[in-house]
Design a protein around this ligand. Sequence first.
Ligand code: URA
Length: 431
Amino acid sequence: LNIPDLIRKKRDGETHPRAELEALVLGYTRGEVPDYQISAWLMAVYLRGMTPQETADLTLVMAESGDQLNLGDLPRTVDKHSTGGVGDKTSLILTPMLSALSLTVAKMSGRGLAHTGGTIDKLESFPGWTSELSEERFLAQAHDIGLALVGQSRDLAPADGKLYALRDVTATVDCLPLIASSIMSKKLASGAHTVVLDVKVGAGAFMRTLDDGRALARAMVDIGTRAGRQVRAVLTDMDTPLGHMAGNSLEVREALATLRGEGPHDLTELCVALAVEALAAQGEDETQAEARARTTLEDGSALAKFRAFIAAQGGDPTLVDHPERLDVAPGREDVGAPVGGFVERIDALSVGRAVLALGGGRERKGEAIDHGVGVELLRKPGEAVQAGEAVLRLYHRDGRGLETARDLVRSGLSISALAPVPDDLILDRVN
Ligand code: URA
């Protein structure tokens, strides 16, 4: 197959059969097709789009470009993916809930980048906890506890890693079939039969509008269905950070409170909704599924799974019962309401960037982070405040990044005279 011919085909709006996608993508992954040809092809995809079948074929080609996890004998495997948000500690709560519900979570997770956090970073707030397990140990732990979590193997969907790096420098990241295939290639290669997707919409998210979020959700569910998996998506609001905490140890504390049944309303409801989707994908009745999901937070069964999981991966399980011993930076500064009224908005992107400025996130892959810093939302949108009353608390280490963080959260805070109409957290579902 002649690469310039394939670029021309896409340039003219034609459709690639799978063999052509293999020539392009696998050729590129092997280093046989150069960057400049794939750059031109990506731009043609960006401008011309892809059919659902093409998108599904591209995803499978990427998923099969490297290692694929064989979860073979594990019962009822389920994976979860969030398109990334601020204060999104859902995985820490949902995964032990699912294992307490007799599903198996054998999952690969990522680290945070820019203003969004990552599950591995949050879990590393437990000293000694490791995301590096041999495949044998990973599978054995998933079998024994129903929950194991590792970092993404470097050879998982390597085509995606190479293509993403090229998209990043050719203005072709925000392209629906490319985003959907990128996310789903990693999910398909990770092996779970059921995948629950949390597609975030709003200021702190990749997708700014509900229509864009819906289209991405639809594309990902379609890819999964064509690949023979059960995939369900929930669209959720990410204008405001989820829960009250953003920053690694702070989020772990909030996740532990939620696992004890004492979590904030929005976070608890989102975890229950995602658990219901996972159970419903397995054919369970939704009303019954909801009751069962809530029970795991009330009877301590999800917390017990989390404790066993932390211990199995080298962390100190006594911290699960003494979250006050997790390291949180001692510096504190409160940011008050400039005027009295109602909190109208606490912009998720500004809070995410403030955490980054304080040292709790990384601009580039591989950078070290401070797990103890972050931002607490003392008030959430809709609540009444007096002038000068503290709305946000910054947790800093020796003032590092404090000025920038303060400016960011101030600019992201708005107060209105009238009580705002509360936004729904769960905006839609796609399956
Ligand atoms: N996340 C991914 O993994 N890939 C994309 O293309 C966008 C977000």
